[in-house]
Design a binder for this molecule. Sequence first.
Ligand SMILES: Cc1ncc(COP(=O)(O)O)c(C=O)c1O
Length: 462
Amino acid sequence: MTSALKEVPSNASTPVLNQWDRRHSWHPFTQMQEYCGLPQLHVERGEGCWLWDSEGNRYLDGNASVWTNAHGHNDPEINAALKEQIDKVAHSTYLGLSHPLGAELGKKLADLSPDGLTRSVFSDNGSCAVEIALKLSFQFWQLSGQLDKRLVVGMENGYHGDTFGAMAAGNSGDFHGKFSPWLFESRTFAAPVCEEIDGQVFEADASRSLDSLEKILEEDAARVAAVILEPSIQGPAGMRLQPNGFLKEIEGLCRRFDVHLILDEVFVGCGRTGTMLACESESVQPDFLCLAKGLTAGYLPLAATLTTERIYEAFLGPFDSGNGFYHGHTFTGNPLAACVALKSIEKLERLIGSGQLEETIAYFGRRFAAAFQAHPNVRNLRQRGLAAAIDLFAGEGRESWELNDRVGMQVCVEARRHGLLLRPLLDSILIVPPLIISHEEIDFLFEKLEAALDAVMNNLSH
Ligand SMILES: Cc1ncc(COP(=O)(O)O)c(C=O)c1O
């Protein structure tokens, strides 16, 4: 070893990890100045719904490791499938070559999706799945001679990822406003209103939203390539719900005005709302369907953009037509990720088919409502499937907090002391557990969140 190379111990102590992390990491969606002042936590291992840090402390994974985990950590069946595959091949390219698991996954996704969705384009994250849908839509209209169809229409509060196309199609001003000079033109329609907990609807109105989309399409359909939205729940916007029947109406408008419908099921797909796909519950058939996150149950990066034969066939032609789709990533369709996706889907089919997921969701909804419906510092409860959110506030008649008070973050940091990992969205707390969470673990989750919330509120009022 040359003297220029430092020796790195394989089992560094937590203080050393803390130092390396502070000196060399730049965490995503994180104000590093704040991060460096907070207690750090290095997740070292996991089992089921639980994670252990480098000090041996145990936490319930209350955000399913950013909404990905389905069957728990360290799942024996997925591990076994992965170990078997790794002894065959870890990676081989999908550019011009195939592999058995890619072919099998393409077939499986076609089987479980709405009828017309027969083709999968693989990539490795949700943003890219959306980029691919957008680019396929744009190129399809070019190939069809409709060169003016270039505009994307997204829904208010929509979030589709952080790459440029995904940012342009989304409406996350707080996250992406700074990049607006570089984003392509898009239009936005209003989001519907829907308040629901435990399957009980308190208020629902989709008319303003549908009217605003209809108006945009009446004005601009000749220029519109695609309408994009996250069906059922806008997760990153803080679990904003859509009323039943809304998606079917959106599909109707897209058909009437001959524009593509892109459904971003990166969050809601793969069991999160109780069905394999969210669009399933309204029998909607989009032109493009984007899957990522739960597709590999929280194990490995893989995404899929599904589309129809009509789209696919438009791209066919002799090589010199230049009609091919020139988009791909080095790890597109990675065999390890594909093997995990296949095993996870098999397990999901069992989880849904046995009624276990539905039963877990019902308990989660009841327990959520019981924990927070009467809490003096909680309002705007919303829940569907295994996804829920609360907005924190200072209490009736009390002065609201400042942005820099970071109350949501304080609650999540306090929750760690109670053995619970969560992530806030400003002063909202988002709750998204693994799909296999047990009743006892749901009890633990809400008890500890309430305890953390009360501890922070107590502290703030002194
Ligand atoms: C609905 C939705 N679309 C797209 C994305 C982007 O996915 P990724 O972070 O894998 O790029 C996310 C991520 O949270 C999402 O929730």
